[in-house]
Design a protein around this ligand. Sequence first.
Ligand code: C5P
Length: 417
Amino acid sequence: MNFWHGKQIIIGLGGGIAAYKTLEVIRRLREAGATIIPVPTVAALQFVTPLTLQALCGAPVRDALFSPLEPDGMDHIRLARQADLVIIAPATADLLARMAQGQADDLLTTLLLARHGPVLVAPAMNPAMWDHPATRRNVTILQEDGLLFTGPETGSMACGETGSGRMAEPATILEAARRALTPKILQGRRILITAGPTREELDPVRFISNHSSGKMGWEVALAALRAGAQVELIHGPVALPPPLGATTHAVDSACAMLAATLNCWLDQPGCDAAILTAAVADYRPATRQTDKIKKGDVARELTLELTPNPDILAMLSAWSGVRTRNGQQRVIVGFAAETGNALVRGREKLARKGCDLLAINDVSAPGCGFGADTNAVTLIGRDGRTADWPLLPKEQVAERLITTVAEFIAHPPPSNR
Ligand code: C5P
């Protein structure tokens, strides 16, 4: 089911011009299935009208601390308790100061005092105001109180100045909100992920590659980040924006991907798991021409000599000397794109590669394969486990995989190495 479906979100708006971006946050959350309760301050209503909020949220604006419409006058307590998440966007300098002081002079600040659950704050103000020691103090107090922050970002401001103070973009706020609501089953873990295709150069202008979009690896990286992991994402050429908070390592060839992978696997903090989703080219040209191969340089037929690439998954799996981190087994997960007889081929592959888990998908099945947003995966384990997942958005496949990996790290099956 969609993550946001049925979630109740209070959007508290402060009085700043960035409130126009909050309208987009509201629109996207509603579109994803969340229920929104808008709680603007008096100043916020200078920037957006109650009618705008009501139309976007499909719910009346709550802005009165003492409303005759409330039978028992306990709106602030009820609102604070029932919501899954409170997002304050934009959080102005004044609103942050009032929150840090624990003031309760309007509905928004009062419900924040009564709130026990997660609160996400997206500050927006002039850079000088953001840098002011008073604002710094207030932010520290609120962080110590357990409030979560996203942004502000650096860039040009509505006031004409440039600096830090721009409210985070709607997509960033949505991702931060999602992380605020995701159980931290991988907190303190470091996860290595490979994604996308590799490119094997023939000459300075040509290469051999494949259709991998990197989407599956991206979703795995996002799911791991949401679960609290530190993510090292090693990827070939893809057209995707870096997942917020991941350390990315862009590479071209399989050999470069191997080098980057070994660096992360063998470096000092080490990694607890490697999830290798990359579609690594099996072969590369035996020689890379330094100059462009010209039509006249070769006979009519051009024969390419190819040499096998290293198998990163098999190498990591075979390296038994480095299969533990802090005394715990490290988990290695492979992906297998198969066509026909997928389960049989998958079992053979798991045995051949020596990994702990293998996510098999039949790329010939409808809705699966390169570039698709959905995937039907059968997960098999060296401990004999088999899980058949239905056709799901790649996001949900990734979420299930991360849950399995977290369980595997916490309770590894007995090693048969
Ligand atoms: O052998 P095949 O390419 O089907 O194996 C797929 C799995 O092995 C994927 O997890 C892929 O990332 C990994 N792999 C690798 N290095 C290679 C080839 C595949 O890590 N050279």
